[in-house]
Write a protein that binds this ligand. Structure first.
Ligand code: UTP
Length: 287
């Protein structure tokens, strides 16, 4: 049953982050800081802005720092109490007050589709958002998830965020095919995971923001492994699109792939020059 109100956002965060080794050997990729805030906190802030305060993590071995980040730290807070440094924790303290957090573990890393299926226990039978924290998104107006939630309220179907990428980079993304039903909004006819440029139907690449209806879990339960022997969420959404409407949305804003060195450095420079370039340790305005 379609519901108007979305409240849950799933954060698949069990991947090994091999592109960022050795930094990710003993530390979750999601905890890498963009200036002085971990990637995952930017993601949770985007979810909150979209009205999603029920935050569900699919984590894995070596990811406990994420749980600790979204919890109080008595000793530290006592230590800096009454000093100007207290303001550095205001943002995270307000997140902890606003959200509920739940966690489950993906025991074997069998792909993003499998990670999302592992999250079913936290989501249940309702539509939900998925946010991949290593895709850092920024926009002057509404955040990407907020834009997508507004669309969901109109269409009540699964929605993937897309952006145009250079044709010679399609092998790094899931790619959609479909019909443009209004400017920047496509009805998906098919999707393919990491196609060679010569086989790619378009250059419209899926990025790490999704809204999914819960029937996706039934599809994931029976889906065979796809590219790389992994359970691919792209394959599951392509199956869903055969049965019902699925939309792809060219979001407004900018995405930087912080799972890659180049994207990470760009995001760092972007946040620094937008918020911290004031010679202080504190942002000139809240990022
Ligand atoms: P990536 O493809 O970026 O993989 O996963 P990764 O392990 O994080 O990083 P690299 O490529 O080895 O450097 C996309 C998202 O899906 C999650 C990851 O945590 C990331 O948020 N994921 C992927 C899982 O949770 N479980 C998996 O089995 C695979």
């Amino acid at each position: 049953m379609a519901r108007d109100t979305l409240s849950k956002c799933l954060f698949p965060a069990a991947g090994y982050g091999t592109r960022f080794l050795p930094a990710t050997k003993a530390m979750p990729k999601e905890m890498l800081p963009i200036v002085n805030k971990p990637l995952v906190q930017y993601g949770v802030e985007e979810a909150i802005e979209a009205g999603l305060t029920n935050i569900a993590f699919v984590s894995g071995r070596g990811k406990r720092a994420i749980e600790d980040h979204f919890d109080i730290s008595y000793e530290l807070e006592h230590q800096i109490s009454g000093t100007p440094k207290e303001q550095l924790l205001e943002g995270i303290s307000s997140i902890i007050d606003t959200c509920t957090f739940s966690y489950t573990r993906q025991v074997e890393m069998k792909g993003l589709g499998h990670a999302i299926l592992t999250g079913q226990t936290l989501i249940g039978d309702e539509p939900f958002a998925v946010l991949l924290a290593d895709d850092f998104c920024a926009n002057d107006g509404d955040g990407v998830l907020k834009q997508m939630v507004k669309l969901y309220q109109e269409y009540h179907c699964s929605i993937v965020a897309i952006e145009e990428v250079p044709m010679d980079q399609t092998q790094n993304y899931g790619v959609i095919d479909g019909t443009e039903i209004q400017e920047g909004l496509f009805k998906v006819s098919s999707m393919v995971e990491k196609p060679d440029p010569k086989d790619a139907p378009t250059n419209l690449a899926i990025i790490g923001r999704y809204i999914l209806t819960p029937d996706i879990f039934d599809i994931l339960h029976t889906l065979p492994p796809g590219r790389g022997g992994e359970i691919q969420i792209t394959d599951a959404i392509a199956e869903q699109a055969k049965k019902r409407m699925v939309l792809a949305y060219k979001f407004k804003g900018r995405r930087l792939d912080c799972g890659s060195i180049q994207g990470f450095v760009e995001a760092t420079n972007f946040v620094y020059s937008a918020y911290y370039d004031n010679g202080e340790n504190y942002p000139s305005k809240e990022p």
